[in-house]
Design a protein around this ligand. Structure first.
Ligand code: GAL
Length: 995
């Protein structure tokens, strides 16, 4: 074979064409034809660049016995982070370069289509036995994913080269393969012209990272099959058309249906496929040479009046953007990991995945078909880095790249079109504008009837849905109502107004957040044009690493000595790197619950928010708790409530519960699964409603006078010195309470769009305290303080009143802000100050510390997890208990976390057995925010990785009047105004009881 670009020298490195010598890599189905997996150990050598290629690399006789072994599939940078036994290697000992993270910028000069000489080359070789081919048979070598360009030799002969890292590539090797031993050699370039099309926000890792197989193609085998399986919801009738490249028959035993490929088969009654009812039928497609086993889901997609209909009913997408990642294996996933994702998605009420930003491992789509998820299948195209070059030379706008871009669209279509789960094609992500994108859309429209998506088509002139990312709720409301500003092109504008709208990305789940999910959800509920959204993103793409002390930690950008990197921006998922759900995921699950409850005084309103199923599979479990203790419970059956319908269910008549002082009685109703439903187990709670039934306000204990002791006073368990400082409580040493308005900045706070910079400007993190006076006042001790930061006039005057209440002590705090609380007050040339925006507060409360209270925490209030004003749908009022350690949310990049809101009482105990009091109880006059930490806020702020946080010997307790919301400013709108915390006069009161 001859090639345009010399394969021996890897001359294709700068070629804009998609490859040579390849054939169409269509979807493969389980087959009775032989398939030989070539996964497993391969010989491996990493060259420095094209100047360092192994001569005659493809030759059979090449002696590779001394080469390393690497697992296929894997990425070499990730594999090289461990030794041959799988133990993690510390920095400096990595074997094959290192992963590198950039969001937008290319990791090399923007000089298309060229890449630099510093271009590592992975050389892979493997010998394998093959039985040989019978007359007329073919052999096809198939790669499911190789990053980036690669060339292939079989038995010493070059067969071609390919690109398109996250797409399948096939080579026909019939003429080269033989019975007995064969040699395959694959040379992979880390960088190539193709990399310009693959600038997704993710780790740069290279190699044969998905499976490799050698497929024997029998005489008369089916190389391509296409399934169209429509469902008519009005008649219940299905229409099936299977097309194949050779004559074949089709059989669905379960439906007792058979027919001929190429001819429509009408089936009078089937159960349709939806994400809520992922009904698949096993079928056989058989030619004289081969039988394929396929699974068919019948469903019809249509856009009508700005709504996307599945089987005639509008759907709502409650989605996530999913990169493929595992902290130990990188972009190589096994089926167990994919299934874990499916379980987590389904048990958190998520019904859709955008495969950001490339077609996933094909087995993931099989799982989406089987378990029921709607998929936006996105092509492997992103050229975001050209934004830093003013989009000059952007490939989508350059005809030289057209073939490569069309090739990618064609291969995605060929590989994935038979999946019922795929409801939309996406051309790619953040690739600017250009005719090549439109050409991709045309290709997909010509070959398939699914809607086409591309967020970058801002006028929606060649796509079928209006898509945006990170639009603020105000703008989404305008779009929902159809009154958004028009586009310059009148025809395009008219077309766009008839399209469904979706947020292909919103609510950036970086660190603590996102806030305001519920605000978006209310808009989705209100406007039918809003098809829903996809939270960015599914998981923290962290990498397991070890530090110099041998401790494992989650690494992010910059931890691999990258010259250019984007640090923590890769840690922005709803699940942590180890797939532990974050509070953001729990919140999302509650917000998008398919069953919403509103508990009234004698009935509960049940809204069925499913699009296709009734609530047959669910029942209601109710309980009454007094101060967190259950006093009554029962089950309630649900009547027939159809999709998108609601009903009021009468509540049982309940006796008025007996309440002690300060107690509350709550009715809690959970919507639970009656039986196992695929990966969702029986008893799983999909939604909850609560109502306060009764309460008795707390009567304050009667005051007793302070007793003079030493240089201060004793008030119940408290000792206060003559400077007004609390020095001990119940015999424990104390760090005296101070006014605290600071929180360790969240990723959202510290982003340029967030409030953090203004908070820092006003010195909220470096407040100084001045005691104005300490007086004994009517048996109580009153302390007046003033708090402010160096160089800033804004601050707070605070009155602290300590009162002994028998064997307890009560503290009442009154906080009065003073000053302007304005950022950016810079004198102008005339010496006049130009006031900047009013600055709100991160939090308002008090912080103190006690020795040794390091063990358990119990509280009555919202829980079990953390919550903030704009993220509190997942938490419930009740009594919750955990350890001090588990009270912390271990964000990979440490920041404010763990706040519990609406807390009425809390108890903290110590693990030590000494003469000291084992337990501190805090009773709030009114409910409070409550946080317990084994370290200071400053430690949390200073730590760059969670592993650096080490418990101190004190436990730090913060009691808040209020805290600011979280927002999603790390990408998207800042905390919305209703969730701001304004500097205003506020009070808090607590009783400390030690026993
Ligand atoms: C979007 C982009 C995503 C990701 C996100 C920020 O603009 O499409 O890939 O970079 O921003 O995390």
């Amino acid at each position: 074979m001859t090639f345009v670009h010399d394969i021996e020298t890897a001359a294709f490195v700068a070629a804009v064409e998609p490859g040579e010598g390849r054939r169409v890599a269509a979807q493969i189905a389980p087959t009775d034809a032989p398939v030989l997996s070539l996964d497993g150990p391969w010989r491996f050598r990493l060259g420095e660049g094209l100047h360092d290629l192994t001569p005659s690399f493809g030759a059979e006789a090449l002696d590779d016995a001394n080469w390393d072994e690497i697992a296929v599939p894997s990425s070499w940078q990730i594999a090289g982070l461990r030794d041959a036994d799988g133990a993690l290697l510390p920095r400096g000992e990595w074997r094959y370069g290192a992963p590198a993270y950039t969001n937008i910028r290319y990791p090399f000069p923007v000089d298309p289509p060229a890449v630099p000489n510093e271009n590592p080359v992975g050389e892979y070789r493997r010998r394998f036995e093959y039985p040989g081919l019978a007359e007329g048979e073919h052999a096809v070598l198939r790669f499911e994913g190789v990053d980036s360009s690669f060339s292939v030799w079989v038995n010493g002969v070059a067969v071609g080269w390919g690109t398109g890292s996250r797409l399948a590539t096939e080579f026909d090797v019939t003429a080269l393969i033989r019975a007995g031993e064969n040699t395959v050699a694959v040379r992979v370039l880390q960088w190539s012209a193709a990399t310009y099309l693959e600038d997704q926000d993710m780790w740069w890792v290279s190699g044969i990272f998905r499976s490799v197989s050698l497929r024997t193609r029998p005489v008369g085998g089916i190389d391509e099959h296409r399934i169209r399986a429509d469902y008519d919801a009005t008649t219940g009738e299905a229409r099936l058309l299977v097309e194949t490249d050779v004559p074949a028959t089709v059989r669905i035993p379960e439906l007792a249906v058979s027919g001929t490929a190429g001819e429509p088969i009408v089936i009078s009654s089937v159960e349709p496929w939806t994400a809520e009812t992922p009904r698949l039928y096993d079928a056989e497609i058989a030619s004289p040479g081969e039988t394929l086993r396929v699974r068919i889901g019948f469903r019809t997609l249509k856009i009508v009046d700005g709504e996307l209909l599945v089987n005639g009913s509008p759907i709502r997408l409650r989605g996530v953007n999913r990169h493929e990642w595992h902290p130990d294996t990188g972009r190589t996933l096994d089926v167990a990991t994919m299934l874990r994702d499916i379980e987590l998605l389904k048990t958190h009420n998520i019904n859709a995945v955008r495969t950001s930003h490339y077609p996933p491992d094909p087995r993931f789509l099989d799982l989406c078909d089987e378990h029921g998820l709607y998929v936006i299948d996105e092509c492997d195209v992103e050229t975001h880095g050209f934004v830093h070059a003013g989009w000059v030379q952007n490939p989508p706008a350059d005809p030289r790249w057209r073939a490569a871009m069309l090739d990618r669209a064609e291969r995605m279509l060929a590989r994935d079109r038979n999946h019922p789960s795929v409801i939309m094609w996406s051309l790619g992500n953040e690739a600017g504008a250009g005719d090549n994108l439109q050409a991709m859309a045309d290709l997909l429209h010509a070959g398939d009837d699914r809607p086409v998506h591309y967020e970058g088509d801002q006028n929606s002139s060649y796509v079928d849905v209006y898509s945006r990312m990170y639009a603020a709720p105000d703008e989404v409301a305008l779009i929902g109502a159809g009154v958004e500003p028009g586009t310059p092109d009148v025809a395009a504008d008219a077309r766009r107004r008839r399209q469904p709208f979706l947020l292909c990305e919103y609510a950036h789940a970086m660190g603590n957040g996102p806030g305001a999910l519920i605000d978006y959800e209310r808009l989705f509920d209100r406007y039918p044009r809003l098809l829903g959204g996809f939270v960015w993103e599914w998981m923290d793409q962290g990498i397991t690493q070890v530090d110099a002390r041998g401790r494992e930690f989650v690494a992010y950008g910059g931890d691999f000595d990258e010259a250019l990197h984007d640090s923590t921006y890769i840690i922005d998922g709803l699940v942590f790197a180890d797939r532990t759900p974050s509070p953001g995921l729990t919140e999302y699950a509650a917000v998008i619950s398919p069953v919403r409850l509103t508990v009234g005084s004698d009935a509960v309103r049940v809204e069925n928010r499913h699009d296709h199923v009734s609530l047959d599979g669910f029942e209601l479990a109710w309980r009454v708790e007094v101060d967190g203790d259950q006093v009554a419970s029962g089950m309630l059956a649900l009547p027939e409530i159809g999709p998108r319908a609601d009903a009021d269910i009468a509540l049982p008549i309940l006796d008025a519960p007996a309440l002690a002082d300060g107690q509350q009685a709550w009715l809690t109703i959970d919507v639970v699964r009656r039986a196992d439903a695929d990966v969702v187990p029986a008893g799983h709670v999909v939604g909850t409603g609560q109502r306060l039934l009764a309460e008795r306000t707390r009567t304050l204990r009667s005051a007793t006078p302070a007793v003079a002791a030493g240089d201060g006073w004793r008030l119940g368990p408290a000792e206060i010195d003559d400077r007004g400082r609390l020095v001990s409580l119940g015999g424990r040493a104390v760090t005296t309470p101070v006014l605290d308005i600071w929180r360790a900045l969240t990723d959202n706070d510290s982003h340029v769009e967030g409030q953090g910079a203004r908070w820092l400007e006003l010195g909220f993190d470096r407040m100084l305290h001045r005691t104005v006076e300490v007086v004994e006042d009517d048996g109580a001790i009153r302390v007046e303080t003033v708090t402010g930061a160096a160089g800033v006039d804004s601050g707070f005057a605070t009155t602290w009143v300590w009162t002994a209440v028998g064997d307890a002590v009560h503290l009442r705090v009154r906080i009065r802000p003073h000053g302007q609380f304005r950022a950016g007050i810079e004198p102008t040339t005339l010496g006049v100050a130009a006031p900047g925006p009013v600055v709100t507060l991160p939090r308002l409360g008090i912080t103190f510390a006690l020795d040794g209270l390091d063990d358990r925490v119990r509280w009555f209030g919202l829980g079990p997890g953390e919550s903030y004003p704009d993220s509190r749908q997942a938490v419930r009022v009740g009594a919750h208990e955990t350890s001090v350690a588990a009270f912390q949310t271990p964000y990979a990049h440490p920041q404010e976390n763990g706040a519990r809101q609406d807390v009425r009482w809390a108890e903290i105990s110590g693990s030590e057995i000494t003469g000291r009091s084992p337990r501190l109880r805090i009773e709030a006059d009114e409910s409070l925010g409550f946080t317990v930490r084994p370290w200071r806020t400053a430690d949390l702020e200073r730590a760059t990785h969670a592993v650096q946080l080490e418990p101190s010997d004190r436990t730090w307790i913060t009691l808040d009047v209020a805290q600011a919301g979280l927002g999603t400013a790390s990408c998207g709108p800042d905390t919305l105004p209703p969730y701001w915390l304004h500097p205003q006069e506020r009070e808090l009161g607590v009783t400390f009881i030690v026993d």
